[in-house]
Ligand binder design. Structure first.
Ligand code: P6P
Length: 330
């Protein structure tokens, strides 16, 4: 029987290969994986406990906070805030970042996350996910929230957990994309795939066409292309849960597009804790992520909850969308 590799072993092996990483970084990552195990346990029991429905409160996005959202946010903060390598934590659920260790020293890493993305799908039992991004804390200066506003190419790690038929963790530290499945019997993530690559092309497109009327013309022209049987046949797949749509794209290839719409003129998805970590993974897997004008990882953030259009997936498919958008802009 092939010896299994746990996520803790894998992170330590990665750390040995890359001396720049210290034990602190491995301890931080295991803090995040611990939190996701608590969340997975709660999500699995969503139908059995009074966690359905909402808390009656509204988050910074103006969205009704689902009870599991609040639980997931509290759990990640609880699993991280006592670890002295964390300098500050920022989440979709909180307007401001949480600065830890009031003194100057303490904390080499910034953790930003969407605790439970796609939470509106919880009550209808559709896969949801936790997305996280880790940045370096600038040293030898007074800590401030603007330290978070770093371009995505500076990320030290990016990852997500998808709570689906199985619970899977996907992460990269810039040395390939690695996938783990949670074994519920032993309560740890087991390595199932290393150095994952996105197929360079694949005839699957993922977009919410309910917003068609407000799409830019370039997106409408691209849609006409993928629906032209000469170029297909393409399959349309759209879950409405970013982590589920991205995970399928990572494994099967294709392209996910959330363009600007009338309701979300800057796109709906958040740059720092959705687009950036997924773009890091997509590029490490040989794919591509763009806002239609530039590489997602090159965007200079202006604010913590900033949104962005997102085109992410197989390189050839993403380039095609960007080409249609460029043609439209001429
Ligand atoms: P729409 C879920 O609410 C979410 O933030 C992402 O998980 C998902 O990709 C997107 O919104 C779906 O948005 O407008 O298609 O319902």
């Amino acid at each position: 029987m092939k010896p299994y590799v746990t996520v803790q072993q894998h992170i330590l092996e990665q750390q040995r290969k890359h001396p720049s990483a210290t034990g602190d970084f491995s301890l931080l990552l295991t803090g995040i994986t611990l939190a996701t195990r608590f969340i997975a346990n709660e999500v699995r029991r969503a139908g059995l406990k009074d966690v359905y429905g909402d808390t009656g409160t509204i988050n910074v996005q103006g969205e009704l906070v689902q009870k599991l959202d609040r639980y997931a946010d509290d759990t990640i903060i609880r699993c991280l805030n006592y670890r002295n390598m964390v300098s500050m934590i920022a989440s979709e659920e909180n307007q401001e970042a949480i600065l830890l260790h009031n003194s100057l020293e303490g904390g080499k890493y910034i953790v930003i996350f969407d605790p439970l993305d796609g939470s509106s799908n919880i009550d209808v039992n559709i896969s949801v996910g936790t997305i996280f991004s880790i940045l370096g804390q600038p040293q030898n200066q007074e800590k401030q929230e603007t330290d978070i506003l770093q371009c995505g190419y500076k990320q030290l790690a990016g990852g997500y957990v998808i709570y689906g038929p199985s619970t899977e963790l996907v992460y990269t530290t810039g040395h390939g994309v690695h996938i783990f499945t949670l074994d519920p019997d032993i309560g740890t993530y087991i390595l199932v795939d290393e150095y994952k690559k996105i197929p360079s092309k694949s005839k699957i497109f993922s977009i919410n066409e309910g917003n068609y009327q407000s799409f830019p013309n370039g997106v409408k022209n691209w849609l006409a292309y993928v629906k032209d049987e000469k170029n297909g046949p393409y399959s349309a797949r759209y879950v409405g849960s970013l982590v589920a749509d991205f995970h399928r794209t990572l494994l099967k290839g294709g392209i996910f597009v959330y363009p600007p719409t009338t309701k979300s003129p800057n796109g709906k998805l958040r740059l720092l804790y959705e687009a950036n970590p997924l773009a890091f993974i997509a590029e490490q897997a040989g794919g591509m992520a763009s806002n239609g004008k530039q590489r997602i990882l090159d965007i200079k953030p202006e604010s913590l909850h900033q949104r962005t259009p997102l085109i992410i997936g197989s390189k050839e498919e993403a380039e095609r969308v960007c080409n249609f958008l460029r043609e439209d802009s001429h």
